[in-house]
Design a protein around this ligand. Structure first.
Ligand code: IVH
Length: 720
């Protein structure tokens, strides 16, 4: 016998080996199924690992046993996907809804590039596929990794799954295949395949998918790649990440190269010489939408010339050189059965309409947002009508029109007054929080003097709904992303008498507290030794979160992902941010000036930051949390450039580049661009006609250069 209790390999005949291999493979497959599909482990980890080792040893000794199926089984995937950091971030797109928005986009591109009206700029136009984006890395023509978009900076490693997709080439073919290329595109499911998958789900008694997009996501993000293999996923290539040697000088040309190398590309992609051609192609694609056989939700326009794309660069998380022109939203009519109030993490009371289920654009909708109190009343606080047309209020029992646009939460659009029940009463919006009973008020906005549209619970952290929502936010996917700690678990721990979690720090002391407790978590309903060990490991895994996710996770009002990233980039460490914001409370202090000058951070955000750090209980909460976790600074951007980390201000007329372009270039080189000169400013780039900023610079002793000096300074880096 071996250590694991199996007969020695050299005593096995091929026939015996085959029988044993078959039995092991079946056992492991059953264990995988129970573990991954039903969350119900049937083998101890150690036993499972021993079985797997034996299976691999058998295959080593008898290579004939290796089959596609056993390779799948042998590679029990990690309990979660590994992460892959995108070398080039995966961006999203800005949206256009009306033709005018597209006109504005073309105009923005022109003026950014300093082009006159008669200069031609070519755009491509192509369908916007409603699937999931995927980044495929090829080295020497071979597929080496596949990653989902994730948060744009870091995605999930789905390489094994991508290898099972027939439309993703394992190897690229052609003369001009580069050494390294990351091809990006959309994974999606066709309508017919989607219907078939749902039929199968139904037959197996499993939940059906709401739409092809969800089904595609569910099929790709399978820990068991054999499930992915059984779903006919498709792939269109339309973009790229790292591409040291572009195969063409245009968007269209690169996509043509993709096609030569073995990818499927969309045949509805065309080049357009002007706005009229772009809109005409939009109408054409819209007219074919229903017969394409797959879901699209709009048309994407991109500047064709890559050199221009490079100059245009990015703003926040979307390229300046592309935009998505969305198709109009879809509508349906149903009965609003009940209005319920949800309390969010900032105490906002949000009214939700519970609807008689109705299909809107292929998705069954049961809830829709009613936005706020005024929206239900039909008038804002000044008595202005909110909806165009009939301005009636919305009541329980009303027949309403529901609108769903893409990923956006469905909303109640209009009321059919003719069908209002005789006994329907105006809805009384609560003035007490339904979760804690505290007074709920509408604040006055100090800047506008207007009443805030949102009614908020004044209970702060004594309100269980707010506390729970903040915790859910803290562990959520885009924040700390703690695996196995979802909404359900947070709700459980929040009220658990043995292991209460009332604030973020409590999450990180769970394991220690459990060790000291008599009644163990593993003995509670719904937990087990394995799942508790996994949970504690997942928590430990997040003790060094990226700084931007940590800041975002704190749930400070108005600090979304973009602002969190800006602050993380600017301050570098949490200690620095905290110290700076506290010092910034002093109006006129250098720290305040610095905070005010961060590009992209407006006064509302500054106010919210000051407020958050001024609260003693937040400071105490942070001290406890920082005793448990150590946020990691973002990797320095373009740290080799001569202006990396510098604060730069542009003023006066620039001749070789537009102001926007200058700003984008500086940011690309890792500099921070500010709008005004303070003692923190490192460099003022002044063109002709510069005024007061020159004086400010002299006062603060800031270095001043002209546009030519800027180009000398950044030298060859400008293009990158
Ligand atoms: S281009 C840097 N082209 O839309 C530009 N995106 O809303 C990268 N999408 O995350 C995107 N069809 O998943 C591009 N033809 C198309 C697309 C497309 C679908 C998706 C993509 C992206 C999202 C942005």
């Amino acid at each position: 016998m071996t250590d694991d209790g199996f007969p020695p390999l050299d005593q096995l005949t091929p026939r015996k080996a085959k029988l044993e291999h078959k039995a092991l493979a079946a056992e492991i497959a059953a264990a995988d199924l129970a573990y991954f599909q039903e969350d119900r482990p049937i083998l101890e980890d150690a036993v499972y690992d021993a079985r797997k080792r034996r299976l691999l040893a058998l295959e080593e000794a008898f290579p004939a046993l290796r089959s596609a199926a056993s390779v799948q089984v042998g590679a029990r995937p990690a309990a979660r996907f590994a992460k892959i950091r995108h070398r080039v971030p995966m961006l999203s797109l800005g949206n256009a809804f009306a033709d005018e928005d597209v006109g504005d986009f073309v105009q923005r591109v022109r003026s950014f590039l300093g082009r006159k009206a008669q200069d031609e700029i070519v755009f491509t136009a192509e369908p916007k596929i409603d699937g999931l984006s995927l980044s495929l890395r090829y080295e020497n023509g071979q597929l080496v990794s596949a990653a989902t978009r994730g948060d744009g900076e870091e995605g999930e490693d789905v390489t094994q799954n991508a290898r099972t997709v027939a439309e993703i080439p394992q190897a690229l073919s052609g003369e001009d295949v580069p050494e390294v290329i990351e091809v990006r595109g959309e994974i999606y499911l066709g309508h017919r395949d989607f219907a078939e998958i749902n039929t199968r789900q139904r037959e197996k008694g499993l939940a059906e998918f709401a739409n092809p997009r969800n089904a595609a996501a569910g099929s790709l993000r399978q820990l068991d790649a054999s499930i992915t293999a059984s779903r006919p996923l498709r792939f269109f290539a339309y973009a790229w990440g790292e591409m040291p040697v572009p195969p063409a000088a245009t968007q269209f040309g690169v996509v043509e190269a993709f096609r030569r190398w073995g990818f499927r590309t969309n045949t509805l992609m065309v080049r357009c010489a002007d706005l009229a051609e772009m809109l005409a192609h939009y109408r054409l694609i819209e007219s074919q939408r229903a017969s394409l056989g797959y879901d699209i939700d709009g048309v994407v326009y991109k500047v064709d010339e890559l050199a221009l794309q490079l100059r245009l660069g990015f703003v926040a998380r979307a390229p300046r050189w592309a935009i998505a022109h969305k198709f109009p939203a879809e509508l349906a009519t149903t009965v609003l059965e009940k209005i319920e109030i949800q309390v969010g993490r900032t105490g906002a009371l949000s009214p939700v309409a519970r609807l008689r289920p109705v299909t809107v654009g292929g998705v069954v909708v049961t809830n829709a947002t009613l936005h706020n109190e005024d929206y239900i009343r039909g008038f804002d606080s000044k008595g202005e009508r909110i909806r165009s047309g009939e301005p009636p209020d919305i009541r329980e029992g009303d027949t309403v029109t529901v609108k769903r646009a893409g990923d956006v939460i469905p909303r109640v659009e209009a009321v059919d007054l003719a069908r209002r029940p005789a006994d329907a009463k105006p809805y009384l919006f609560p003035t007490a929080c339904p979760a804690c009973g505290s007074h709920a008020t509408r604040e006055l906005n100090p800047r506008t003097g207007k009443e805030d549209a949102v009614r908020r619970c004044t209970g702060g952290l004594i309100c269980p709904a707010q506390a729970v929502e903040r915790l859910k936010h803290f562990v959520s996917r885009d924040a700390l992303d703690i695996d196995g700690l979802g909404d359900r678990q947070i709700e459980f721990f929040h009220t658990d008498p043995e292991l209460p979690v009332k604030e973020p720090a409590d999450i990180f002391t769970l394991a220690r507290r459990d060790a000291a407790n008599l009644k163990k978590l593993k003995d509670k309903d719904g937990f087990g030794a394995q799942s508790v060990a996994k949970l504690f490991a997942a928590i430990d895994d997040r003790r060094a979160p990226p700084l931007n996710r940590f800041i975002f996770g704190l749930g400070i009002r108005h600090i979304g992902e973009t602002n969190a990233r800006l602050l993380a980039r600017h301050y570098g460490s949490f200690a620095q941010l905290r110290q700076a914001v506290m010092a910034a409370e002093q109006p006129g202090s250098p720290e305040r000036q610095e905070l005010d000058a961060i590009d992209g951070v407006g006064p509302t955000v500054v106010e919210a930051l000051l407020e958050f750090f001024a609260e003693a209980h937040n400071q105490e909460m942070l001290d406890r949390l920082l005793a448990e976790v150590t946020p990691q600074p973002l990797e320095a951007v373009a740290s080799t450039s001569p202006v990396a980390g510098k604060i730069v201000v542009f003023t006066g007329a620039l001749e070789q580049m537009t102001r926007d372009e200058a700003k984008a270039m500086a940011e690309r080189l890792g500099a921070k661009v500010a709008g005004s000169v303070s003692s923190k400013t490192d460099l003022l780039v002044a063109g002709p006609g510069a005024g007061s900023k020159l004086k400010d610079a002299a006062r603060h002793g800031v270095e001043v250069i002209d546009e030519a000096g800027w180009f000398t300074l950044v030298g060859g880096q400008a293009a990158g």
